[in-house]
Design a protein around this ligand. Structure first.
Ligand code: FMN
Length: 192
């Protein structure tokens, strides 16, 4: 296979997307969209993630050391893209209706429409230039009931929830179709 060098990029390496939920100072929820999320190990499965620059999500995680990570599915994409392109510093960001619940173990807001919700506690922060890396313990994982039905194959369950992936600034459906560029699916979100 002939190879060509590129500068640092993760193009063509699809990533899963999560909406991180935190409470603002006034105790109302804020959600932001994130993909630099993966796993690590210390006696148990843990989460590692990175947030770059100034963001309300980052401020609130640093203030309370807890947040939720809610898996983004095809159904949630318009809202997720909106939340990834609007700053939490804009006071009107969360002025829409969403079914938001509470974590069972941690004091974090949960997106009820997302089939997988992590309740995460930060145990270590590593400043990394403009970004910051967070190592987290998974204090709880909430699954929608449909995911716990052992009668349905894993393949079917995954297809039913249809998590999206992203690479090359583009969203992809579970089966690989292009669902739009970053910034597109969210354009009509508030108009519905
Ligand atoms: C597809 C997508 C993925 C993103 N992933 C990340 C990420 O992993 N890390 C990050 O710092 N920002 C990421 N962002 C940017 C934040 O979602 C964006 O800055 C958002 O406005 C933050 O919301 P907040 O101000 O309420 O925290 C991403 C944006 C998009 C559209």
């Amino acid at each position: 296979m002939t190879k060509k060098s590129r500068q640092a990029t993760n193009d063509f390496c699809p990533q899963t997307l999560f909406l991180y939920g935190t409470y603002k100072e006034n105790k109302t929820p804020d959600f932001g969209l994130f993909c630099w999320f993966s796993y690590c190990w210390d006696n148990e499965l843990c989460v590692m993630m990175c947030i770059d620059g100034e963001k309300l999500t980052k401020d609130r995680i640093k203030a309370g050391n807890v947040f939720s990570a809610n898996l983004v599915t095809e159904k949630l994409l318009p809202m997720a893209d909106y939340l990834g392109n609007k700053s939490g510093y804009d006071a009107d960001k969360m002025n829409f209706h969403a079914d938001i619940g509470k974590g069972e173990i941690l004091d974090v807001p949960i997106l009820m429409e997302s089939p997988v919700n992590y309740e995460l506690e930060v145990t270590q922060r590593i400043p990394f230039g403009e970004g910051e890396v967070f190592l987290c313990r998974i204090r709880n994982v909430l699954y929608s009931e449909e995911l716990t039905d052992q009668q349905i194959s894993v393949g079917e369950r995954l297809k039913n929830i249809a998590p999206i992936s992203t690479t090359c600034n583009t969203y992809f459906s579970y089966t690989g179709e292009v669902l739009g560029s970053w910034g597109e699916p969210g354009k009509t979100f508030l108009k519905h």
